[in-house]
Design a protein around this ligand. Sequence first.
Ligand code: PMP
Length: 332
Amino acid sequence: MIKNKGINKSILELVGETPMIQLSTITANLKGSYYAKVEAFNPGHSSKDRIALHIINDAEKKGILKKGATIVETTSGNTGFSLAMISIVKGYKCILAVSDKSSEDKINLLKTMGAEVHICPANVPADDPRSYYEVAKTIHKKTKNSVYINQYFNELNIEAHYRTTGPEIWEQTQGKITHLVVASGTGGTISGTGKYLKEQNPTIKILGVDAFGSVLKKFHETGEFDTNEIKPYKIEGLGKTLIPTATDFDLIDVYEKVSDKDAAFAAREIVKTEGMFCGYTSGAVVQATKQYAAMNFFDKDSFVVLIFPDHGSRYMNKIYSDSWMKEQGFLD
Ligand code: PMP
């Protein structure tokens, strides 16, 4: 069945089946061939449509989510947009606890999509009552007939990617994929997609992307949750200051950290070289791929798939604004 052939009953039928596009210029100097799985082609413009729809459909099937219910979640923006979109179509109320690191664009988008938004400080510990995790939990407790999506600790986050993103990549590459490079936030994408791909071919390498200021890489390498690693950083949706159970660390071969500045320039480079208007973490994934290449992870036969999680329009006041780049000291 060709997607988009005929009439869809709602926008939700367009979730998933995103295209894979060969990268040419940006990876021209690296050994191997490189392909981007472009998640901005989802109707909510990010990979989060997949998990939001899967978790809501599952809750409906189990009878947990009833007519007129409220959906509550912590979100850096993209999951919120997906939940708000699905709530409109399915008739739910949507309340979101958002980090104050999220761009103004993202917050305005969520409000435009009918969600009630609570803005919470990013730079407090996850167990602080002001953190967006704790705020969401409190709203859930206080709101009758509400469902807490809990993407960081929800197995269905992994399952959504195991059922959709993984099989799509396997099919689109005709089983030729050798490496997958993925930004790790909740870890749902890397874990679900990685699990499916490793089941098809255990030699496929799953390469994680983390941020300086996040605990994930060190935890993966040492098993230690080191709070000394935690520092403020600008990239949204990548890295964590807690250990999400939606990350299956055993599936991930290695993590590489990227800086705010390198990821921002890499995102701008994707736009300029490939004509793909992608978000900040797509830049992080390209930057990490370059760093992995410099460490000789790839050879001429490598078939490398990069997941580009979202669309560039969400970052017009951030990485695509020269004045923001100057404020960060990234541009002269
Ligand atoms: N990039 C962006 C822009 C995101 O919003 C997220 C989700 N937080 C990710 C990457 C990471 O995806 P995941 O949560 O599946 O690890």
